[in-house]
Design a protein around this ligand. Sequence first.
Ligand code: BES
Ligand code: MN
Ligand code: ZN
Length: 484
Amino acid sequence: MKISTRNIAAKDASSDLLVVDASTAVKLLKPYKLDGALANASDAAGTTTTVALPSNAKAKKLICVAVGGKDRGAADFRKAANEAAKAVKSAGGTSVAWGLSQTVVKGLSVAEKAQMAVTALASELYWYDEHQAGNAKDKSAKRPNRITLLCDERSAKASRAAARYGEALSAGMDLARDLGNEPPNICNPTYLASEARKIARAEKTTLKVLSEKQMLELGMGAFMSVSQGSDTPGKMIIIEYKGGKRGDAPVALVGKGITFDTGGISLKPGAAMDEMKFDMCGAAGVLGATRAVIDAKMPVNLITIVAAAENMPSGGASRPGDVVKTMSGQTVEILNTDAEGRLVLCDALTYVQRYKPKAVVDVATLTGACVVALGSHATGLLANNDDLADELLECGEQTGDRAWRLPIWDEYQPQLKSNFADMANIGGREAGTITAACFLSRFAKDMAWAHLDIAGTAWNSGVRKGATGRPVALLTAWVASHAK
Ligand code: BES
Ligand code: MN
Ligand code: ZN
């Protein structure tokens, strides 16, 4: 999606579709005499009215979106933007102009409005038909792919910056969704490494991929216990982006990249098992955010690590009762081979410490319990550092990609007690999301660390089955907040 800005009035925008705030439409488009056409439009936030413009108009169709009454806030505008994006999709056309500068919203700058508009359009206009007959690039030509943000003199600079950011973010979200949606016979650890290689072609960026042999040498016994059951070799994928000052400590993102989770010997039930292709959405999220950060040329040092493996049952797979040694030296009794995410992540968390990051965020579709606790609206957030947790919560609010914090108090740690190793890999029926994070916290003791459990937010089930692109917006905003 190409996003640009223009300092012109709404009436002068020539595009297939023109989006404006309903409360200003009649006035802004006075020459087109829309009073009659728009007379019956409701002014409840999110209501859209699509009308054809007269032939003397520059644009073809107008989408009026109600943003709400006098004290309209960020939530109203977000709702309006999402509804407008839906109207854009159904109206058809290839170019959209969106008038933002006349839309006054409490507490929102032009840049913030621009970002919301762009994310709404990017999310709504995404589609995936890679493996369907008739998937054709010619169809792509009929979808809006050129967005113009209309601004005035005063907001021109901020709008341009927002457009650049929005373009990078939408590319990152699209990448995360594509990777998530890709079938598991194609999207395996090797595929994730080749996608990372594409990202690492950019300036100031390097890629390192650890093979199973190298991981064995590093002592990553927990990672290998998962990977050993699959014929497809696991990979530890590391992208180093040096956009910041030399010597500035990096921020780090670590993603769970289980490209298919059968549960292993603790085999999952069959129903909806296909959705376990989405078990690499943590990896997709951190790769998407990395793509956005690099595309936007953010002045920040970033380390991204993807722990990529397939969790399969086989003659080589690990058994319940196996004891393995992690790279940290701590031992783990594997009581359930389906709690594999924490096993690949713990070794990645030990590995990332060599970069001395100022903060680390891991992202994982880690527990079904998180879906029970928070459903599909909030990502679970657990952290050993209050400042870091607050930063992430704030970025979630700002982007609409929200998270909610759960505790990791010491009182939960005894649930991980094992009779045969330093810890077990499961903590029993109670507080499954918390005990999973407690497990990870034992590998993140000496750093500011947060964990995002995206089991409920990374994909939709049912007729809208597909990856959502979350939490790319949250992560990108967080990395941006560390850029300078
Ligand atoms: N990938 C799953 C978590 C999951 C399940 C995410 C369903 C989204 C929907 C993870 O590897 C897993 O299997 N977790 C187990 C942990 C349990 C064995 C302690 C779970 O949640 O049941
Ligand atoms: Mn599992
Ligand atoms: Zn899993």
